[in-house]
Design a protein around this ligand. Structure first.
Ligand SMILES: NC(=O)c1ccc[n+]([C@@H]2O[C@H](COP(=O)([O-])OP(=O)(O)OC[C@H]3O[C@@H](n4cnc5c(N)ncnc54)[C@H](O)[C@@H]3O)[C@@H](O)[C@H]2O)c1
Length: 259
């Protein structure tokens, strides 16, 4: 098992890639705190893990709140006795346009892509130091390594995530705290449906969102969207000791989209 005896947190773990990661990490031997605002589905993921003989706890709350972003660390430590990794996966698409920008959507994007991960990181580092090291992983996006024509605010905050990762990786390398970003391309999750339904998206109109998902997936060289488990596999590597010399990377998992 690749995460045997490790203790970790996954945010936005009630759905999509976060859910796939929580389930996979638990199968690889980790005790997992399943964090999400969707209490029922977070509990369902935690139960699925415990019913299969794994260790999990559901922590339900709003990651736009600093107290909750901080508390998830203390509550995980209390539940399992320490902290070895965090996958800061939560994010938000933000407003589509810059003209006539919706500032509330802008603030939501800043809060859920940058602010919460900063607060959780601040709380996590001392806990990792106590364990002699750890792994921090952040979900950026291909939009965090190249400009997204259709989601400029999203690009801005995801570039911010990558910058934060690169700086932290250098700052904490001697403490054996590795810090990496994962940059998914088009992944078949509910959030993808928000992007494809945008009025100025490159895969416009038909009203059939499912057709749009396949059409958008078809824009990368593989010709299909990723499944959440394919991103979770890459996250597993970056969080495991197999990646012991990997820090400060922004790894595209995008079917060749940014090649
Ligand atoms: N889906 C894609 O194509 C894609 C591509 C690149 C990057 N991403 C990034 O992946 C991450 C999540 O995407 P996904 O596609 O796995 O998502 P998803 O839509 O499957 O799930 C998002 C989860 O976040 C939770 N959430 C939303 N607001 C929250 C809040 N305030 N507090 C706590 N939890 C909250 C939701 O309840 C939901 O369970 C984001 O960082 C996103 O930017 C997604």
């Amino acid at each position: 098992m690749r995460l045997a005896g490790k203790i970790g947190i996954v945010t936005a773990a009630a759905s999509g890639m976060g859910r796939a990661g929580a389930l996979r990490f638990a199968r690889e031997g980790a005790a997992v705190a399943v964090v999400d605002i969707d209490a029922a589905n977070a509990e369902a993921v935690a139960q699925q893990i415990t019913q299969s003989g794994g260790k999990a706890v559901a922590l339900a709350g709003d990651l736009r709140r600093d107290d909750f972003s901080r508390d998830i660390v203390q509550r995980s430590v209390k539940a399992f006795g320490g902290l070895d990794f965090v996958w800061n996966h939560v994010g938000h698409p933000g407003p589509a346009a810059v003209e006539r920008i919706d500032m509330q959507e802008f603030e939501r994007a800043v809060d859920l892509n940058l602010r919460t991960v900063l607060v959780t990181t601040e709380a996590a580092i001392p806990e990792m130091r106590r364990r002699g090291g750890g792994a921090l992983l952040y979900t950026a996006s291909t939009a965090g390594i190249q400009g997204s024509t259709y989601s400029p605010v999203y690009s801005a905050v995801k570039f911010g995530v990558v910058g934060f990762v690169r700086a932290l990786a250098k700052r904490h390398a001697r403490e054996k705290i590795r810090v990496n970003a994962i940059c998914p391309g088009t992944v078949d999750t509910p959030m993808l449906r928000v992007f494809v339904a945008r009025p100025d998206s490159p895969t416009p109109p038909p009203n059939d969102v499912e057709a749009l998902v396949q059409q958008r997936g078809g824009l990368n060289p593989t010709g299909r969207p990723a499944q959440p488990e394919e991103i979770a596999n890459a996250a597993l590597f970056l969080l495991s000791d197999e990646a012991s010399f990997v820090t400060g990377v922004a790894l595209p998992v995008d079917g060749g989209a940014t090649a």
